[in-house]
Design a protein around this ligand. Structure first.
Ligand code: GCU
Length: 345
C-alpha cells in the first residue's frame, strides 16, 4: 500500500513539475517577460532599421512590456550567417537577414537570388504578402530551429562599378563583381557573364577601394548608407534580382509565447512591413539624390533584355530542380494572378 502511495505521490509531483517547466504552458508564458535580442547588419540611418524600430515599439506596446525587443544594428553581433546561427541556438532570438543568406539553411530561399524571378517590384510586394507564399518559405526552416516572421522590401538589385562602363551583358566579361556568400548569387553573376567574388557585406567598401573587386550589385541605399558611392561612380539598372530581407525568429522562443502574444508579434511584424514600403520608396529617392549630388554617382540604363536572355538557362534549372520547382510554380502562379487582376482594373 505504502509503495502504491509513493508511486502515486511521485507521479503527481512529476506531472506538476512538467506542467510548470513546459514552455507551452499558457499561464506560465503569460506571467513571464520575454526578452528578444534582434540583430541586423545595417546602420541606424538605413530604412530597415527604422522599420524594425516600428516593429519593436508596436510589439512592446501591445504586450504592455511583457515582450521587450533590443535591436543590435551595424553587424555588431556578427555577419548575417553568424546572426542566423545565433538565432538557431537562441543566443539571440531574432535577426533580419537577406534571403540569400538563408539559402544554405533552406533551398527554397535560393529562388530569390535567381535572376529575374519577379517581373516588377510591385509584383514582388504583392506576391510576398500572400499567406501561401509566406508559409512555404517561412516554415521551411522549422527543423533548423527558426521560423520566418515577415519580409522587408530590400529593393531591386543593380550592378555598380568603379570605372567599368556597361551597356549590355557582354561588358561584364572579366569584371570581378562582389556577390553575397550564396551559391545562387555566384551562379547569378556567372550566368550574366561576370566573375563573381563572394564576400560579406561589411567588406565591400574596402574591397572595391583596394581593387580586389571592380563592381558590386545592390540597391541604391548601399551607395549612401553604406558609402559605396564614395568608390563606385556608375550605377547600372540591370534590375537582375529582387531579394527580400527576412525577419527570422528562434522557434522555441516563438512557441513559448502565448497564442495572443504570437498574434501580437505577427501583427506588429506585418504592420512594420507595410510601413517599410513607404519608408523604403522615400529613402531610395533620397539615396539617389544624395549619390548624384554629393558623391557624383551617375545612373544609367542598360540593355536589360541581354541580361535576361543570358540567364534563361539558370531559370530553367530552378524550374526543374525538385528542391525549388514547387515554390517557383507557386510564385509564378501568384504573379500571373496578380497581373490578371490588374488588367481588369
Ligand atoms: C542588402 C540586404 C542586406 C545584405 C546586403 C548584401 O542590402 O538588405 O541584408 O547584407 O544586401 O548584399 O550583403
Amino acid at each position: 500500500m505504502k509503495k502504491i502511495l509513493t508511486i502515486f505521490v511521485s507521479a503527481f509531483f512529476l506531472v506538476g513539475m512538467l506542467a510548470i517547466a513546459s514552455p507551452q504552458n499558457n499561464m506560465h508564458a503569460k506571467e513571464k517577460t520575454t526578452e528578444i535580442k534582434l540583430a541586423h547588419n545595417q546602420p541606424t540611418e538605413h530604412p530597415v532599421h527604422k522599420s524594425l524600430k516600428i516593429f519593436k515599439e508596436r510589439l512592446e506596446k501591445k504586450s504592455q512590456g511583457k515582450i521587450k525587443v533590443s535591436i543590435y544594428p551595424n553587424g555588431q553581433l556578427g555577419s548575417e550567417r553568424e546572426a542566423i546561427e545565433m538565432t538557431q541556438t537562441n543566443a539571440i532570438q531574432m535577426t533580419k537577414v537577406s534571403a540569400s543568406a538563408l539559402e544554405s539553411f533552406s533551398p527554397s530561399y535560393s529562388l530569390f537570388s535567381m535572376p529575374y524571378l519577379f517581373e516588377s517590384q510591385e509584383n514582388f510586394r504583392h506576391v510576398m504578402k500572400k499567406p501561401k507564399v509566406q508559409d512555404a518559405f517561412f516554415n521551411s526552416t522549422g527543423d533548423k530551429g527558426f521560423l520566418g516572421i515577415t519580409f522587408y522590401d530590400a529593393g531591386v538589385r543593380n550592378i555598380y562599378t568603379k570605372n567599368k562602363e556597361i551597356k549590355d551583358n557582354s561588358d561584364l566579361k572579366g569584371v570581378k563583381i562582389r556577390v553575397q556568400p550564396s551559391k545562387t548569387s555566384v551562379d547569378l553573376i556567372k550566368s550574366l557573364g561576370g566573375t563573381p567574388t563572394p564576400m560579406d557585406y561589411g567588406e565591400v567598401y574596402t574591397a572595391m577601394q583596394s581593387g580586389v573587386i571592380d563592381a558590386a550589385e545592390n540597391n541604391e541605399t548601399s551607395l549612401t548608407t553604406n558609402s559605396h558611392g564614395e568608390v563606385a561612380k556608375n550605377y547600372y539598372y540591370t534590375e537582375h534580382a529582387i531579394v527580400p530581407d527576412i525577419l527570422i525568429m528562434n522557434k522555441e522562443t516563438f512557441d513559448g509565447l502565448t497564442k495572443q502574444q504570437q498574434k501580437w508579434l505577427k501583427d506588429a511584424a506585418a504592420y512594420s512591413t507595410e510601413k517599410h514600403e513607404v519608408i523604403w520608396d522615400k529613402e531610395v529617392k533620397k539615396a539617389k539624390k544624395t549619390a548624384k549630388e554629393k558623391l557624383g554617382v551617375e545612373f544609367h540604363k542598360v540593355d536589360k533584355s541581354s541580361f535576361k536572355k543570358a540567364s534563361e538557362s539558370l531559370r530553367e534549372e530552378f524550374r526543374e530542380t525538385p528542391d525549388t520547382k514547387d515554390d517557383y510554380k507557386l510564385i509564378e502562379k501568384e504573379e500571373q494572378r496578380y497581373e490578371e487582376s490588374q488588367k481588369d482594373h
